[in-house]
Design a protein around this ligand. Structure first.
Ligand code: HEC
Length: 401
């Protein structure tokens, strides 16, 4: 029953997280696009009213004419729309999912004894600390001298984030490390909204209400943080889907792949931001594509040597016996492993026929990425992995005559 409830909590949490995340990032992309496309106001009267830029658009059956007041408004409008709950609810639902999956079920998803044999409380405390200390460190960096120099700040972030990515991958399971890295960036993004961007906007509104000129420092601070937020977006989105791709987080150099993918994501965003102004340099997108091609090639499985003909053939029955001992507790129509109500990902490995039919993905999970058994909860030995490898390489059905 517990497993069943966990599944529903997971589904509802993820559903809402996705919806609010789309609303948040969608609005954020839209406003950056809007800001970057503004043109000087056509009418002098608009300029005199304080309009700094405007834009015409057509969408969903109507024409829209957006105008941006750069230095406050002449009179406060009766209804002013704010954009903040999209970000906050994304953080709240994200924290819920993190707690439900990676902390409550830390022994399955966060701890990998092959990486570091953490106790559950220690793993959870380290996970929470990653998010809190990540924000505090980032915020201090932004407020320091370095924070005032955009390029130096980008370099500093790259170095610090690389160290954190490396560190997390020495402590947590690959997928747990990735998810904590992504959650840390996501937390920074929402904290930027809550602690910097929103207070700045409140001060701006208060100044306009009192008929004062808003202090430009609020705008400058908010600008710095929203620039960072936009470049964090693509890396965070990659990380949120990365747990489906064990070839990334399951690799020996998983931390390097994480950083390279993140840099590629940030550079692609740079390209789009530049493209809004109509003249993108080919360098960011070019470097991003080269990086992605580099990763794809670098982690491609190397061609395997032909199986040793002197070694005894591994039969399907022998292979399936191992699968039954190490996998079927979870991968059964009715799993016996606590916490599982249904076979994970619908993968059922109860009969030799099922094992044979899924030989390629079994080999991928056991030998190539070593992602399974998850958290090595059933204590699979390296010897057993080698036997599965030999079976797969000599199995005609697996395409290895
Ligand atoms: C303790 C439970 C558990 C055990 C034992 C286990 N798995 Fe899994 N398996 C999971 C979970 C959970 C997932 C889903 C992971 C995810 O959400 O990405 C999964 C997913 C899979 C997938 C699908 C991967 C994908 O991304 O499509 C395969 C294939 C798989 N396991 C094979 C195995 C094999 C082979 C073994 C035995 C060596 C094994 N599993 C042992 C829990 C387990």
């Amino acid at each position: 029953m517990e497993g069943y409830i966990l599944e529903w909590l997971n589904l509802f949490g993820r559903w809402i997280h996705l919806i609010t995340g789309i609303a948040w990032i969608g609005a954020s992309f839209y406003f950056i696009w809007l800001d970057n496309h503004l043109e000087a106001p056509a009418k002098d009267s608009d300029r005199e009213r304080g309009v700094g830029g405007e834009l015409w658009a057509v969408h969903g059956g109507g024409f829209y004419n957006a105008q941006k007041y750069s230095n406050g408004v002449p009179a406060m409008p009766p209804n002013l729309h704010w954009f903040k709950w999209e970000a906050y609810t994304t953080l709240i639902t994200g924290a819920f999912l993190m707690a439900l999956i990676y902390w409550y079920q830390a022994e399955i998803y966060l701890i990998d004894p092959g990486v570091m044999a953490l106790s559950k409380p220690v793993a959870i405390v380290l996970g929470v600390l990653t998010l809190v200390v990540g924000w505090l460190g980032y915020d201090a960096l932004c407020k320091s001298q370095l924070g005032q120099r955009e390029n130096m700040m980008a370099l500093a972030l790259l170095v610090v984030l690389s160290i954190i990515a490396w560190g997390l991958c020495q402590v947590f399971s690959g997928r747990g490390a990735y998810m904590h890295f992504g959650a840390m960036l996501g937390t920074i993004m929402v904290a930027n909204v809550y602690f910097v961007i929103m207070p700045g906007q409140r001060a701006m509104v208060a100044a306009c209400t009192d008929g004062r000129q808003p202090d430009p420092i609020h705008g400058a601070r908010a600008k710095q943080r929203s620039v960072h937020n936009t470049y964090f977006t693509l890396p965070v989105l990659f990380i949120m889907i990365s747990n489906h791709y064990a070839m990334t987080w399951g690799h020996d150099y998983n931390w390097l792949i994480l950083i390279a993918m993140s840099v590629a994501g940030a550079l692609i965003r740079v390209h789009f931001v530049q493209a809004h102004f109509g003249k993108p340099s080919p360098i960011p997108a070019g470097v991003a594509i080269l990086l992605l091609i580099g990763i794809v090639t670098a982690i491609a499985p190397s061609p395997r040597a032909a199986p040793d003909s002197t070694a005894a053939m591994v039969t399907l029955d022998q292979a399936h016996a191992i699968i039954q001992a190490r996998c079927t507790a979870c991968h059964a129509t009715v799993p016996t492993h606590p916490g599982f109500a249904a076979p994970p990902k619908g993968v059922v490995l109860e009969t030799p026929e099922q094992t044979l039919a899924q030989a390629t993905s079994i080999h991928q999970q056991i030998v190539v990425t070593r992602a399974m058994p998850i958290g090595n909860l059933t204590g699979m030995t390296d010897e057993e992995r080698t036997i599965i490898d030999r079976w797969y390489l000599s199995s005609p059905v697996a395409g290895n005559p």
